[in-house]
Ligand binder design. Structure first.
Ligand code: ADP
Ligand code: MG
Length: 199
């Protein structure tokens, strides 16, 4: 009998310091190395305007989904370990710039309300930089415990301030379009991560 694959954990990934795109791509690769876990899919990367009062650079954001047998606290600790390797200080300012932010958005059907760990992530319902990439890799009918259907949250969430990191090249010629896609694909680690459909 196959081993229990565990719960689906959707992880929000964000960075706006020290080479944000590289930080996000490396963090995604590191998620793929977590124990008792398997990386199933990764969204495209988005550029997003920062929230809150702090004047700071734009973020690069994405969402990844893992199958994991880690218990919630072990998963949180593992994510915080990755954040720290990327130079995030545990006392960094809320809303402030950060080299890496990893959030547990969802963990199966879990509803967790504990000091230091709330799942689903309480602010995900209002954050386009979470909902848009989440919808890229989650089933359309995804239900978010305590918050409702992903499709409804997405419909209610303003999408200003979020755009794809890589706009399609402004190019009319299909041959050179295909060539530029091919050369980008060969050069990018993200494209080597298997991106399995999960629905
Ligand atoms: P945000 O990610 O909402 O911008 P921060 O990353 O600054 O906020 O908050 C970090 C704190 O959030 C950590 O101390 C962590 O314990 C807590 N936290 C609570 N719930 C979660 C969760 N679901 N995922 C990640 N961190 C969480
Ligand atoms: Mg966080």
């Amino acid at each position: 009998m196959p081993a229990d694959p565990g719960a689906l954990a959707y992880i929000g990934v964000g960075s706006n310091l020290d080479g944000p795109e590289g930080q996000v791509r490396l963090a995604i690769a590191e998620l793929g190395l977590l124990p008792a876990s398997r990386l199933l899919a990764v969204s495209p990367l988005y550029l997003t305007s920062p929230l809150g009062p702090v004047d700071q650079p734009d973020f690069v954001n994405a969402v990844a989904v893992l199958a994991t047998r880690l218990v919630p606290r072990a998963l949180l600790a593992a994510l915080q370990g990755i954040e720290q390797v990327h130079g995030r200080r545990p006392d960094g300012r809320r809303w402030g710039p950060r080299p890496l932010d990893l959030d547990i958005l969802l963990l199966g059907e879990a509803l967790i309300e504990e000091p230091g760990l709330k799942v689903p992530h309480p602010e995900m319902a209002y954050r386009a930089f979470v909902l848009v990439p989440l919808a890229d890799i989650a089933p359309v009918e995804l239900h978010i415990p305590g918050l409702g259907a992903l499709a409804d949250l997405l419909a209610a969430c303003p999408r200003d301030g979020i755009r794809p990191l890589e706009a399609p090249p402004a190019c009319e010629d299909p041959a050179s379009l295909a060539e530029s896609r091919l050369s980008r694909r060969q050069g990018r680690p993200q494209d080597r991560i298997p991106s399995a459909a999960i629905h």
